[in-house]
Each structure stands twice: as structure tokens, then as C-alpha cells.
Design a protein around this ligand. Structure first.
Ligand code: ADP
Length: 597
């Protein structure tokens, strides 16, 4: 029952995406089945009857030609369906389904990307969505044709040989029992290999994405990755072999039962009764034989289609599970949308543990960030600075304690509205395959005012002159993903483009998570200095493990092993002569040595 509901759910989506497809599939299958039924039930009998009654060949030929004319028309309909309707509608259906997957993927918590179980559901939904859609449509057509054939063949058997019906039903029960096991084995095999396929897919991505191309050529890192690929492939092969053998045995067994019952059993009974009792003419005998084997075939097909329905249903169940996944970060219905403006932030006793991690990444963090303050989070790599920033932006929810915006817990705000208060550049910022202007605004550019804003932002980040040299200026496409003439920017240029994002966004809080880590300390200092000027009046929270930039901050938080170990302004922390001072002087000394060299 659940399977049928799931299949109908998918059919409704297909109908909404491409009603033409369902119309043509149904039209073709009905016409094709009708032509087939006429042939098997009436055609031979009609020809034999005509010959027996010595009807003129000319008249018979006209009938034959008429039949083949209709049959050719149906075949043309099939060609049109396969060559024109299927390819076009496949694209429409795929777009619709992928759209649903993308929308959902964007909604789920960031932590889902670290959860292999969720990733398996996601991979399977992504991977199988188009093949399954085709499968669902063909099962639907198949079912329609089976039902039509069963009505036709069943009527002929009932009229001429109802005696064989119990034999056919007995065969069907037997075959069904075996067939069900066959389908179960097939589905379990697919499910058991989904994790391995996900691993293999990672290797695939590493090879074709440009991000990894340089390292793959300059190092031997591909060797361990390839080893993992082969291990995943081996394990996938073993699972396939185990279930494949089982599925094969069930399949052979069901074919043998089916052949024995039809050829040795039912057809011999019909011929025997024809020869002994002379119940009907030779023409009718051909109809009865065809109808009996047709009906047996239909019963077998019905089981097969039922099993396909179940298998598709199980896949759709996985797809629906993915679609119905509710983010753990709940949002209240009456959630407040914060206004853009000056805001105070406060962290009270915040601790955080990543899902599956053994120990917390952040512990007992207390922090007050007043509107307009420039805050530096410093500390060695792995201290927890980026994690703290992610919590501030509510990409994860705290495990303990609370984060307040103007005295209200950030969980009370609408997540999207809350996040839009921040203009952010992450260390691992990405350049998207879109225009320069879209890459700065991070949304479509809809009017002249927005264009002006992009221009000013690019000017402030010092990359506008370079952009003007591109053939289409700010409308030039970046990367070569969608456009052969797309522009590839250098690391430094991309960094400036990312910085322009913060300038272009009219946000009250700017977060800079080591955006200039690739620059040398002096250039980094200059970038930060420029940004401080440009972000005048805004709250700025910047993350750095280089303390030269921290001197620009109103307040510095030094982090170590998930805790704040020192806080104050640069002068205060130097006077304190603690870890900050030690790290600051060590770095200063190192840079001095580098300068001398
Ligand atoms: P920092 O920004 O100071 O370099 P991070 O906040 O990136 O430090 O990382 C702090 C710790 O949290 C590190 O030990 C890191 O391995 C761990 N960590 C970071 N991201 C994740 C994650 N998604 N899942 C589990 N652990 C993580």
C-alpha cells in the first residue's frame, strides 16, 4: 500500500513537471497493447477462417494491409515518444526533481554534511532520481498494458477453456513466492552498496574538480585516495556477488516454474482437450493457446511489475525521507526578523561539541561585542576561532549556554533574517561560475543601483581597475564551467573580490575569517587596515592567527584549546605579558628575521 502511495506521489510530480509525457506514454501503451491483442486473439483465427471459407485473396490482403497500416501508425507513435517526447520531458522532469533536491539540500543543517547516514540518503536520492523516474513511468505503462492484456486474454480463456484457470493461478502463486525473494535480494544489494558508491564518488570528484588538479599532479596524494577507491570497489563487488548469486538463483527458479507450467502443463491440456473432445475449430485453438500463454505471461508480468512497484516505492521512500528531513535548528513560527542597524552581541557560557566528536570544541565562552566594536579572535590553528564564528552566524546551534542579540537569544530570530545581518568572508571563500557582479552581491543583480553598489565595492577593495580590463567588465563570467571564455582570476584577485562582498553588503556586522591568510603579514595588515576604514561604524569580528593585524582591534580574545585564555586590547595584553605577548613577540621576531634574509 505504501509502495503504491509512493509511486503515485512520484507520478504526481512527473505530471506537474511534464504532463505531455504521461499523456503520450498512456496513449502509446494502450494503442500498442490493443494492436497486440488483436493480433494474438483474432488475426490468426481470422486468416485461418478466411482460408477455410475460401474468401478471395484480394479481400484477405486488404484486411492484412489495414492491420499492418494501423500497426505502423502505432509504431510511429512509439518512435515519436522515444525520440522526441522522452528526451525533452526527461530534462523537464530532471530539472524539477533536482530543483526539489537542491532546495532541500540548502535547507538542511550544516552538520548533515558531516553525517555519513544523511549523506547516503542524499547520494541515493541524487544518483537514482532520473533512472527511477524512467523506471516508474515504464512500470506504470507496463501495468496498464498488463491489465488490458489480462482482460483480453482472460475473456478468451473464460469463454473457451475456463478449466485451465486454476492451473494458471497455482503457477502464479508459486512464481510470486520466488519472485518476491529475487526482488528483495536486488534491493538489498543496492542499499548495501550505497556507502561504497559514495566513497567512489568522492574519488571521482577529486579527479575532475579543478581545486584538486594541482596537488594531484605535484604530489603522490592520489595513491592513498585510489587505494580507498579500490577498497570501496572491492567491497561493493563482494556485496554485489553475494546478493547477485542469490538473485540469479531465484530468477532461474521462477523461469523454470513458469516454463514447466505453461508449456508442459497448460498447453498440453488444451491440445489434449482439442484432439479428444473436438470442442472448437483449429482457428479457435490458436486463439486459446495464445490466450493461455498470454495470460500466464501477464500473471508473471503482474508479479514482476508489483515487485518493481515495491522496489521503486522503497527508493521513493528514501527520496521522501530526504525531502521531509526537518532541520534540527528549529525556527519558531512567530520568529522575529531583526532590523538592519546597530546590534550588541553576547555569548553567555557557550560550549559546543560537533556531532560525533568526543570532546567539546568550545568551552564556557563568555564574550560581549558592542555595536561598532572591532573584535579580533586570535590563537593558534585549531583553537576554535572559526567554530565560534559559525556559532555566531547560527550555522550551528550551541550545545550549552546562549548567544544573545540585543539581549534576545538568537534562536528567537528568523534564521535567514538573522544571518543577513552579517557580511562574511571565510578563509575558504569560493568564486562561483557567475558574473563578477553576481559574485560580489551573491545574488542576481536586478537594477542599476545594485550595479553601482558593486562598482563601489570593487573600487574599495582595489580590484575595479582590473575588472574593467575584462571584455564585459562587471558582467564577465568567472570560471570556465559555463563559458569557454570565462575568466580565471588569480588567488590575490579572488581574495579582493571576496573582500568586495563585505563592502557591497549593507550588513551591520562584518565577519572576516582569515580572508587574507594567503598574503604576507604586511599586506595582510594593509588589507585589514583598509577594511577597518571601510567598515567604519560597523561591528567587525575578524579571525587571525597573525597578531600584527590584531593591534587594530578594540578588543582581542586570545583562544586556546576551545577556551578564551586572555582578553583586552593590544596594549593591555602586552602589559599582561602572558601567552598573547609571548606569541606576538615570537611572530614579530620571525618577521624581522625574514626581512633581514
Ligand atoms: P581555528 O579556526 O581556530 O583554526 P576551528 O574552529 O576550525 O579552529 O577548529 C577547532 C577544532 O574543531 C579543531 O580541532 C577541528 O578539528 C575541529 N573541527 C572543526 N570543524 C569540525 C567539524 N565540522 N566536525 C568535527 N570537528 C571539527
Amino acid at each position: 500500500m505504501k509502495s503504491i502511495r509512493n509511486n503515485l506521489f512520484m507520478l504526481r510530480i512527473i505530471w506537474r513537471a511534464a504532463p505531455r509525457r504521461i499523456f503520450w506514454e498512456l496513449l502509446f501503451v494502450c494503442a500498442d497493447c490493443a494492436v497486440e491483442l488483436v493480433y494474438t486473439l483474432f488475426f490468426l483465427r481470422f486468416i485461418i477462417g478466411c482460408i477455410e471459407q475460401k474468401i478471395a485473396f484480394g479481400q484477405i490482403a486488404v484486411c492484412i494491409l489495414g492491420y499492418f497500416g494501423v500497426s505502423a501508425l502505432v509504431s510511429c507513435c512509439g518512435v515519436y515518444l522515444k525520440q522526441a517526447v522522452v528526451p525533452q520531458t526527461n530534462v523537464l522532469i530532471q530539472s524539477k526533481l533536482m530543483d526539489m533536491i537542491y532546495q532541500q539540500a540548502l535547507k538542511v543543517d550544516l552538520s548533515c554534511y558531516e553525517n555519513p547516514k544523511f549523506y547516503d540518503i542524499y547520494t541515493q536520492a541524487n544518483e537514482e532520481v532520473l533512472t527511477r523516474t524512467t523506471e516508474i513511468l515504464s512500470t506504470m505503462s507496463f501495468l496498464v498494458s498488463i491489465i488490458m492484456s489480462m482482460i483480453g486474454f482472460g475473456a478468451a480463456v473464460l469463454i473457451y477453456e475456463p478449466f485451465i484457470l486454476p492451473f494458471l493461478l497455482a503457477a502464479m502463486v508459486l512464481v510470486q513466492a520466488v519472485q518476491r525473494r529475487f526482488v528483495e535480494a536486488r534491493f538489498t544489494r543496492r542499499k548495501a552498496t550505497v556507502g561504497e558508491r559514495r566513497k567512489m564518488d568522492y574519488v571521482n570528484r577529486v579527479v575532475y574538480l579543478q581545486d584538486y588538479a594541482k596537488d594531484l599532479r605535484l604530489t603522490h596524494i592520489f595513491a592513498p585516495i585510489l587505494r580507498n577507491f579500490h577498497e570501496a570497489a572491492k567491497s561493493s563487488r563482494e556485496v554485489s556477488r553475494r546478493y547477485g548469486k542469490r538473485a540469479g538463483i531465484y530468477r532461474i527458479f521462477s523461469s523454470v516454474i513458469s516454463s514447466l507450467t505453461v508449456f508442459l502443463g497448460i498447453q498440453s491440456i488444451i491440445v489434449y482437450r482439442y484432439l479428444v473432445f473436438h470442442q472448437y475449430s483449429f482457428g479457435v485453438l490458436t486463439t486459446v493457446l495464445n490466450a493461455a500463454s498470454g495470460l500466464d505471461g501477464c500473471l508473471g508480468d503482474l508479479i514482476w511489475a508489483g515487485a518493481r512497484l515495491n522496489e521503486n516505492g522503497a527508493f521513493i521512500e528514501n527520496f521522501r525521507e530526504f525531502l521531509s528531513y526537518q532541520p534540527k535548528m528549529k525556527e519558531k513560527e512567530d520568529a522575529v526578523i531583526p532590523q538592519n542597524g546597530r546590534h550588541d552581541l553576547e555569548l553567555k557560557g557557550v560550549s559546543f561539541c560537533y556531532e560525533g566528536a568526543e570532546k567539546p570544541t568550545l568551552r564556557h565562552i563568555n564574550m560581549k561585542i558592542l555595536a561598532g566594536q572591532k573584535i579580533a579572535l586570535v590563537g593558534h590553528n585549531g583553537a576554535g576561532k572559526s567554530t565560534l564564528v559559525k556559532l555566531l552566524m547560527r550555522l550551528y546551534d550551541v550545545t550549552e549556554g546562549e548567544i544573545l542579540l540585543d539581549g534576545i537569544n538568537i534562536k528567537e530570530y528568523q534564521a535567514k533574517g538573522y544571518r543577513s545581518l552579517f557580511g562574511t568572508i571565510f578563509q575558504d571563500f569560493k568564486v562561483f561560475a557567475a558574473t563578477v557582479a553576481e559574485n560580489v552581491l551573491l545574488k542576481p543583480v536586478t537594477n542599476q543601483m545594485e550595479k553601482e553598489r558593486v562598482k563601489e565595492a570593487l573600487q574599495e577593495s582595489g580590484i575595479y581597475k582590473k575588472i574593467q580590463t575584462f571584455p564585459n567588465g562587471m558582467d564577465s563570467i568567472l570560471t570556465k564551467e559555463f563559458d569557454e571564455d570565462g575568466i580565471l582570476m588569480s588567488g590575490g584577485e579572488s581574495q579582493k573580490l571576496a573582500i568586495a562582498r563585505v563592502f557591497a553588503k549593507d550588513s551591520s556586522i562584518a565577519i572576516l575569517d582569515e580572508p587574507s591568510s594567503a598574503l604576507d603579514p604586511i599586506s595582510e595588515y594593509e588589507v585589514f587596515e583598509n577594511m577597518m576604514k571601510a567598515c567604519k561604524g560597523k561591528t567587525v569580528i575578524f579571525v587571525s592567527h597573525r597578531l600584527s593585524s590584531a593591534t587594530l582591534a578594540d578588543r582581542i580574545y586570545m583562544m586556546e584549546d576551545g577556551e578564551i585564555i586572555e582578553e583586552g586590547n593590544h596594549q593591555e595584553l602586552i602589559e599582561k605579558n602572558g601567552k598573547y605577548a609571548e606569541m606576538f613577540f615570537k611572530q614579530a621576531e620571525k618577521y624581522r628575521e625574514e626581512e633581514v634574509l
